[in-house]
Design a protein around this ligand. Structure first.
Ligand code: 5GP
Length: 114
């Protein structure tokens, strides 16, 4: 895949408000937050979209969700609740082609989304 703005954040070439990091995952606040808490969880070894995932990526995909849940617990909003979202390609509304999980919290959210 080509490099993206998120690759530059991983390499610390551009600034980001990084809130969580482990060996596989980096998380930082979204530049254009859609909720009081809006954090993006990305794999350090990038894939462009969820369509590119293969069975050997199962652990990595799980680690992204576990990191988001861990962050929610540590920040104290897990019980109240939150939303995780992966946008894929045009109809999913994806704009940055480095797989990421949005974690949104701090307000009530509705379903279905618009
Ligand atoms: P997507 O639409 O691909 O699911 O989500 C991409 C997200 O990345 C958007 O919510 C957008 O606000 C965020 N974003 C785009 N560029 C940057 C950036 O340079 N820094 C940060 N922190 N977020 C960004």
């Amino acid at each position: 895949m080509g490099d993206t703005i998120f690759g530059k954040i991983i390499r610390r070439e551009i600034p980001a408000d990084i809130v969580y990091e482990n060996d596989d995952v980096l998380a930082f606040r979204d530049l254009n937050p859609q909720a009081p808490v809006h954090v993006l969880f990305i794999p350090k070894h990038a894939m462009a979209t969820l369509n590119d995932a293969i069975p050997s990526d199962a652990t990595l995909l799980g680690n992204l969700l576990l990191a988001a849940a861990d962050y929610a617990k540590r920040e104290g909003f897990a019980e109240q609740g939150y939303r995780t979202v992966i946008n894929c390609n045009e109809h999913g509304g994806q704009t940055v082609f480095h797989l990421h999980v949005h974690l949104l919290a701090g307000r009530s959210m509705h379903w279905p989304p618009g």
